[in-house]
Design a protein around this ligand. Structure first.
Ligand code: FEO
Length: 393
């Protein structure tokens, strides 16, 4: 991997992580990148660093452009440690004049690294600095997705450096969106939105309006993960406008876990009922589907139908895991129903309904419970459940 000039005298100097498979619960089967950018001017500026353990790659890429000791300013757009893990080491080498961050960024940096002696320079939305021939304007993006988060905008180059926003966890040898498969890129960007930004959707909507009101002109968006948006960069902004509204398609998810395949039989019948109503259906068996994939599919679905066998008076543990994860990501405007088999007790369906009510998913049917193995009549009830939900989508 080499550093690469993405704009006039602005370089990608990050690192590619081919191996990471989990980001605190978000599955990353395709790895990720930790993007960092270097602006070479009368003042040399580094935007973000990389995760701990990737210092050699980062320094190699920096050194292909400049001597890292020549960095004048470091901008921390986001304090999370996949972007600041190497900050102490880079600070030691570069000894920059300024460490530029938001006010919340300064607090978070102090809480992470306990370095009162670093040369913090706090900026807020609207502040700008000159690097000689170029300008950096700062835009705070609080809670997108941390309190400290901000964008850096370079108007002379029409470049928006957007930290996590518009990113994707996808390790590639390519650096630009026009070099990869477009539908895979959309999927990766949607997965990222669904698993990281979804709970902050109202703030995303507000930020997009603010950016429009500011009249920022950009033809490139450089996020801290994944591909840089070089061709038709507005497209990802349009996708975010769509996703933040959580406007559903005529689509339903059937998510289930099963002990001895009875709940699986029920899930397939529920799916048949939905399909008979012309609904686009995704069936996700938690034996083989990850919680992050459930959230990705839920992003544009209207309904979620949850199935679990009853185990020890509760639901199966993988379903409990998915619901805890889903609750934190606060999906909006969904409808749902539950089903499941049981031997005795049979609490799972009631617990699934309660979990959905807690998440403000409208439960549109009390659900279907089946003792041990479903009969044809039981499976007909499941088809009817799917059909009922399908008619409401
Ligand atoms: Fe990529 Fe929120 O860190």
């Amino acid at each position: 991997m080499q550093s690469i000039e993405i704009k006039n005298n602005i370089f990608w100097v990050g690192a590619v992580d081919w191996d990471v498979r989990d980001f605190h619960g978000y599955s990353t089967p395709d790895g990720s990148t930790y993007n960092a950018f270097l602006l070479k001017d009368e003042k040399t500026v580094l935007f973000d660093t990389v995760k701990k353990g990737f210092k050699e790659d980062h320094l190699k890429h920096l050194s292909q452009v400049i001597d890292p000791e020549q960095i004048d300013y470091i901008v921390v757009n986001h304090v999370e440690m996949d972007h600041t893990g190497c900050l102490p080491e880079i600070m030691e080498i570069a000894r920059p004049e300024k460490l530029i961050c938001s006010s919340q960024g300064k607090k978070a940096l102090l809480a992470h690294f306990h370095r009162e002696d670093w040369p913090y320079e706090v900026v807020k939305t609207g502040d700008e600095i000159s690097t000689g021939t170029k300008t950096i304007k700062f835009i705070e993006t609080r809670m997108l997705h941390w309190p400290d988060s901000m964008f850096s905008y370079i108007p002379e180059e029409k470049l928006l450096i957007s930290q996590d926003a518009f990113g994707q966890h996808w390790a590639t040898g390519e650096r630009f969106n026009d070099q990869v498969n477009a539908s895979e890129l959309r999927y990766q960007a949607a997965k990222y939105y669904a698993n990281i930004l979804l709970p902050y959707s109202s703030m995303v909507e507000r930020l997009l309006s603010e950016i429009q009101a500011m009249g920022l002109e950009f033809d490139m968006i450089a996020p801290d993960h994944g591909l840089i948006w070089r061709s038709n960069a507005e497209q990802v902004v349009d996708w975010y406008s769509e996703w933040c509204k959580q406007t559903p398609c005529k689509k339903a998810l059937v998510v289930f876990d099963s002990m001895w395949r009875s709940t699986e039989m029920m899930a397939k019948s529920v799916a048949d009922g939905l399909m008979a109503e012309g609904v686009s259906v995704r069936v996700l068996n938690l034996d083989v589907s990850h919680r992050a994939d459930v959230m990705t599919e839920l992003l544009d679905a209207k309904a979620v139908l949850l199935g679990s066998s009853t185990l020890n008076n509760g639901m199966l543990p993988r379903m409990a895991d998915v619901l805890a994860y889903m609750k934190g990501l606060r999906p909006q405007g969904k409808i749902g129903a539950a089903f499941g088999s049981y031997g005795w007790g049979g609490e799972a369906v009631r617990l699934l309904n309660s979990a959905m009510e807690e998440m403000k998913i409208e439960v549109v049917d009390p659900g279907v419970r089946v003792n041990y193995v479903p009969t044809d009549e039981d499976l007909k009830l499941c088809v009817d459940l799917g059909s009922k939900v399908g008619k409401l989508i």
